[in-house]
Structures are given as C-alpha cells and as structure tokens.
Design a binder for this molecule. Structure first.
Ligand code: 8YV
Length: 319
C-alpha cells in the first residue's frame, strides 16, 4: 500500500504527478487555505503531511494530529511555522527544502535592493497613473548600488548567493553570523563579530537570518541608529526579524533612504504604514516563486518523503 500524503496547497504539475506515482496523495486542487481544524480533519488516515509556510504546526496542532502521521515534509526552507520541539517530543520527523531556493531568493533580494535604491514603486506608479509629465535632471534621482558596501545579516546559503551576485555590482561585502564562515565560503567578505559591529559598514543591509527567538525584532531602533545615514534595508528572510515601528520611523525621518521588503510580520495583514510610504518597495513574499524553484522544492520535499518511507534518514531532517 502506498503511503498517504496530505498535501496542503496546490503544487506544480510535475510534483503532483510524482506524488500520484509513488503515494496516495490527498491534494488541494483549488488551493484553499486550510485552518488548523481543516488540517487535523484532513490528516485522518495520512502517513505524512506536505505543508507550506502558510500552515502553522504549533504544539496544539501537533498534539491533535492523528497518531498515524509520521512526517511533516515541508515545501519550504524556513520551518518557523512548525514547533520542532513539540514534533520531536512526539517522534514526528520534520524536513525542509534548503539549497534549491537560494538562487531565486537571492535574485529577489537583488531586485529589492535595486527597486528600493532606484525608487521602482514611485516610478511605476507615475507611469501607470499618467502622472509622469516631464523629465528633468532632478527627476526620480535614486541611489547607485555599484561599488557600495553591502552588509549581510545571516551568512547562510541565501546570504552567500546574494554576496556572489552583489560582487557583480562591485559591492564590498560585510557580514555577521553566529560563526565566521571558512575562507572558501567567505570569498573575501568581511566578518563582524556582532550585528551591532556590522551596522556602520552597511550602505545596503540585507537580512538573511532564520526566524528564531534570538532574531525576533533583531533589526530594532538601536541597530538602525548604527547604520550610516541614508542606508537602504532589504528583507527577504522573515518578517519577525524586523521591528516594524522602528523601520517605519527611520523611513519617515530620513535616517534610511529606502527599504525593500518581501516578508512581513503578520502576512498578509502587514503594518499599515508600509503601504503609505513612497520609499518602500513592497513584494508579496515571492522570494522563491519561480517555476524552476517551485518544482525543485517539491522534488526535494519528495526526496525527503521517499527516504523516510524507505527506512532511510532524510537528507533535510530538521526534527
Ligand atoms: C516559500 C519561504 O514560498 O521556503 C521558505 O521558507 O519563505 C518561501 O520561499 C514558502 O515558504 C513555501 O512554503
């Protein structure tokens, strides 16, 4: 008998084809966003769940999952939506999909940097609303990225690809992470011991740390004050890393020139003031949203499921 897999969202055809071939999937063709109750009810009879970051598996939900469920194979690299301690305590295996989305997310990060620096939101609005009437040397003047200093907070897989791409803009790379990276991964990037040490070196600051109790509101008023005046901040990691009130205040005061955001606290009901600010370039959590990456994420999640159901250790086990 094929293992039964509850798939919480509509996945690419190639991924669903492989699911049908090797498993008995319970699919969601209409891509309905399930509540916790829906998940618990639909998981009845399932051996595994393949969720996205949109489904939350807190301790209470994990406690209510049918005993038969053995594994949560996330279709995501981030797994802050799963209480891994509760999963571990219950003997539930949890996996994620690292590596395969680093390029797509790094591309989006570069887009956030360019969009924020070159005032993409303002420019697009001017053209679409026909408010663009004239040209002058002082019209829509932005900030150049080439040759500037880029600070990367969180020098993991995505952060390191961002560094590579940014080198194409002749940027000088600075970073902070819990540990210093070996020279072959640093590729000349300059390590700073603490986030506070990193800040003064960031004409651009890109956030790439994981969501954890240590990183909640890491970018707060105190850290922002240490950035050079006029710096640009981008975030394609997780919204919780930012203290929204502090970021909004800095964007209003001119301490920061601009921000580019793809992730937010309380998505999609984001801090209301972001929508009002002209100097924020806003994207709706699409860091990994490319055709290539979506398929690769699904295949990686299935590789993990295959391992579990053939009695092997899954490559991307996080609990
Ligand atoms: C995904 C992400 O779109 O993988 C992640 O951690 O944040 C996104 O790139 C989403 O999580 C898919 O579930």
């Amino acid at each position: 008998m094929k293992p039964v897999v509850l798939v919480t969202r509509k996945l690419p055809d190639a991924v669903e084809d492989r699911l049908r071939k090797d498993y008995s999937p319970i699919l969601n063709p209409d891509d309905v966003l399930y509540s916790a109750d829906d998940i618990v009810a639909r998981a009845e009879g399932a051996d595994a769940i393949m969720p996205c970051h949109t489904e939350k598996f807190g301790a209470a939900v994990i406690a209510r999952l049918p005993k038969r469920v053995r594994v949560i194979a996330n279709f995501s690299v981030g797994y802050d939506h799963v209480d891994t301690a509760a999963a571990r305590a219950r003997g539930l295996i949890v996996t994620n999909t690292p590596e395969v989305l680093s390029d797509a997310t790094a591309e989006l990060t570069i887009m956030l940097m360019l969009g924020a620096a070159r005032r993409a939101s303002e420019g697009e609005r001017l053209v679409r609303t026909r408010e663009w009437k004239d040209w002058s040397p002082s019209f829509m003047v932005g900030t150049q990225m080439t040759g500037k200093r880029l600070g990367i907070l969180g020098f993991g897989r995505v952060g390191r690809v961002v560094a590579k791409r940014a080198r194409g803009f002749d940027m000088e790379i600075h970073y902070n992470d819990i540990n210093r990276a070996p020279p072959e991964l640093e590729e000349g990037a300059i390590f700073h011991e603490t986030p506070a040490d990193l800040m003064p070196h960031c004409d651009f600051l890109a956030l790439h740390c994981v969501a954890s109790p240590q990183t909640i509101k890491l970018l707060n008023a105190k850290l922002i004050a240490l950035l050079p005046d006029g710096a640009i901040v981008v975030n394609a990691s997780r919204g919780v890393v930012v203290d929204d009130d502090a970021l909004v205040a800095a964007l209003k005061s001119g301490k920061l020139t601009a921000a580019g955001l793809d992730v937010y606290n309380n998505e999609p009901d984001i801090h209301a003031e972001y929508r009002q600010l002209p100097n924020v370039f806003l994207m709706p959590h699409i860091g990994s949203a490319t055709k290539e990456t979506r398929v690769a994420m699904g295949m990686r999640a299935l590789d993990n499921l295959d391992a579990v159901f053939s009695g092997k250790e899954p490559r991307d086990r996080v609990a």
